[in-house]
Design a protein around this ligand. Sequence first.
Ligand code: HEC
Ligand code: HEC
Length: 218
Amino acid sequence: MASPESRRNFRRSIATRIALAAVLVAFASPLAAETSGEASFALCAQCHGGVGQGNALFGAPPIAGMAEWYVSKQLHKFQDGVRGAHVDDAEGLRMRPMSKFLKNDEQVADVSAYVAGLPAVSQAATLTGGDPARGKDLYAPCTACHGADGKGDQKTNGAPLAGLTDWYIYRSLEKFKAGIRGSDPRDTDGAVMRGMVMILQDDQAMKDVVAHIQTFSN
Ligand code: HEC
Ligand code: HEC
């Protein structure tokens, strides 16, 4: 029998499939080789929002103002199937074909620069029950790679966390825990993060750390 979670995912997948069909019709032909970052962003905006603010319906995180190195790194990971190829990764499987509309490294670089240049959008909390004070203690080991302010660190490949929505952070932690993200043998950064997420022992610990991350300004 299907679990409540799989039924919920199924209903959600119907709603998103209808919306995504519209995206694919709009972008049925590949981007031209000389497409600028701004022009490529018209595709991204279909799911990540007109100003890159993100969209919970699609599970698409905010990307406006995200560090350029991180955006381009993740786009290459999606293109290579290092991320977003796991059978249970509904959101990653949505993003992966989109990354392939970018036809060369230059297009990846240009759209990454464009996204990084967009002003960050402040995000309202959606999760309840997290204790930011307890989350602050839990976050102490995370600072080594993500920084005390959650700005991320290219030296450790620690993703920028400030500016992400709480639902996306929570879901990402769940995915690392379950090996839905970070388990491809080529994903050395994901493997590091998979080890770290194990210190968050239960849902409450994940909610607490997310509540603390939500206090960062972007
Ligand atoms: C069909 C919807 C869709 C389109 C179009 C789309 N994305 Fe995504 N994108 C997603 C989803 C869903 C995720 C979340 C994947 C996950 O949870 O791992 C994502 C994730 C990402 C991430 C990773 C963010 C992070 O915090 O790790 C980046 C970067 C990104 N997208 C950039 C882009 C860019 C640039 C474009 C345009 C070239 C684009 N996306 C087009 C749906 C889309
Ligand atoms: C040793 C370094 C390291 C530590 C410590 C670490 N992380 Fe990470 N984290 C990473 C790396 C590297 C990535 C990028 C993974 C990738 O490229 O997919 C990441 C990714 C993430 C993401 C996904 C961000 C996104 O935009 O998709 C979240 C959320 C996250 N970490 C939270 C945490 C939390 C919370 C802690 C502490 C419990 C923590 N990390 C500790 C290295 C670390």
